[in-house]
Each structure stands twice: as structure tokens, then as C-alpha cells.
Design a protein around this ligand. Sequence first.
Ligand code: GUN
Length: 292
Amino acid sequence: MEILDGKKVSNDIKDEIAVEVQKMKERGEKVPHLAAVLVGNDGASLTYVGSKVRACERIGFESTLVKMPDTTSEIELLAKIKELNEDDNIDGFIVQLPLPPQIDEQKILLAVHPDKDVDGFHPMNFGRMALEMPAFISATPFGILELLERYNVETKGKHTVVIGRSHIVGRPISILMGRKGSPGNSTVTLTHSHTQNIEQIIAQADIVISALGVPNFLKAEMVKENAVVIDVGITRVSDESNPKGYRIVGDVDFENVSKKASFITPVPGGVGPMTIAMLLKNTLLARERHQN
Ligand code: GUN
């Protein structure tokens, strides 16, 4: 069994990007600039956005954090997005999800200019991704592909079972794994809450990608011997022994599933850190595209 070490790989990617930024500086070019919009005070969102901004600083990007109160109206947020779309100094930006209930998420995602949509959430980027055209690929699925590639995990002809059909992870990774090329060329089954006989389907998987958000959902007896197991779950459970008062757990019973798997991602330290690295990679791509 080999651990797919997202922490290590994400650090490698950040180091690689930092080298590119250094070269840009030496050529007298503007460095990439990422902006993040955070509406409200959701604890997890604050943590994620904080990590994104710190990662920018570490690799030499410019970053801007736009904090808006949880009473922000849809019109106010749309105005901010227009401003960021038109600001030549910003190469890419993200609007952290979830948004407060008075704001229509679809309207917001449609308002982000596709050339600055480093989250890859705009239908233009999602469509281009599905059609195998150049696109910003959402950071979490992009991170999964990158992990599979860097560990030379064979995906061609394999049966990949994705659990969960979220717009951010399950659905895009189900498309990406079936695309032409490498990693890809996989035969994909996308399962969800209405799937019948889900255990029989998972038992046939060469590669299982669980993006469900249910701690300990995937047990050792459910997976095939030597399966590749990717755990995208990040659920906070209260833990008094932890200084933060909680710890992060995945969808997979790691202790037992790891004894059967050929490759497995830990939580934390698997897919999570890859997400930030790939967001930075998308921002670097955005900068390079704006330059040309
Ligand atoms: N909320 C959970 N994951 C993400 C992400 O990758 N991007 C944004 N903008 N919001 C999120």
C-alpha cells in the first residue's frame, strides 16, 4: 500500500510555482494576483480562505481578501464581482461558497468572467472541461488528477466509481476520469443518494473516489483488494482533546481500508492540501494567459 501524500505533493507544486514567480520577477513582469471574496462569517470558509491567502504569500503571489458582511445583498456582491472582472491588476478571483441564503449562487457563478474564474465554476469552464478544451478545472478534481499522475496510478481501462454528485467534486471528477488522455480513459460510474445496490457497484471499483461527507462511510469489506481509494470527505467532528475543539475526518475508515488498498489518500493531508495548490496553479495559468 502506498499513501498518496497530498501534503508533500502540494508542497512540491507550490515550490515549482514559486520558481516560476521568481522568473517572472527577474523578467520584470507582474506577478500573479489572486483575490478571494468571503461573504459572512462561516468558520470553515474563514479557515479555507485564510489558507488560500497565506499560500499566495508563501509563493510570492499578490493576494487580496475581500470580506463582506453576511447581510450583503445579491446586488452588492454582483457589483463587487463586476469590479474584480474589470480590474486589470487581478488575474483571477474566487467567491468562497457557501453564500448566505439571500444570494443566488448560480447568478453569482455566472457573473464571474470565465477568464478570471480560477475556481472553474462558471458553466463556460465546466463545459470546456467536459468537451476536452482548455479550461480552468476546479481545484479539488484537478488536485485528484495531479495526485494520480504524480504517483503514476494507472487509470486507463479501470472502473472508477465516484460517490457523490456535487457540482464542485463528484460531477466534475466523474467527467474528468472518463476523458481521453492520462489520467483518464477510465470507465466511470457516478453514484449518489438514489443509487440502487451501491455496495455491489463499489465492490467492482478499481478506483473509488468518495466525495460524500459522511465519516467512516467506506469500510474495508466494501472495497476490492488492491483498490485505489481517494477520500475527498472533510467533516468536522468535535474533539475535546484537540486545541481547536474539533478534528477533520474523511469518508473512509482509513485504518482498515488502507490494509486492502493499493493506494490511498489520508485525511487530513490527502486531497485537501492539493486543492489550494491547484488553485494557485490556475492563478498562474490565468496570469500567463492574460500576458499573451
Ligand atoms: N467551498 C468549498 N470548496 C470550495 C472551493 O473550492 N472554492 C470555493 N470558492 N468555495 C468552496
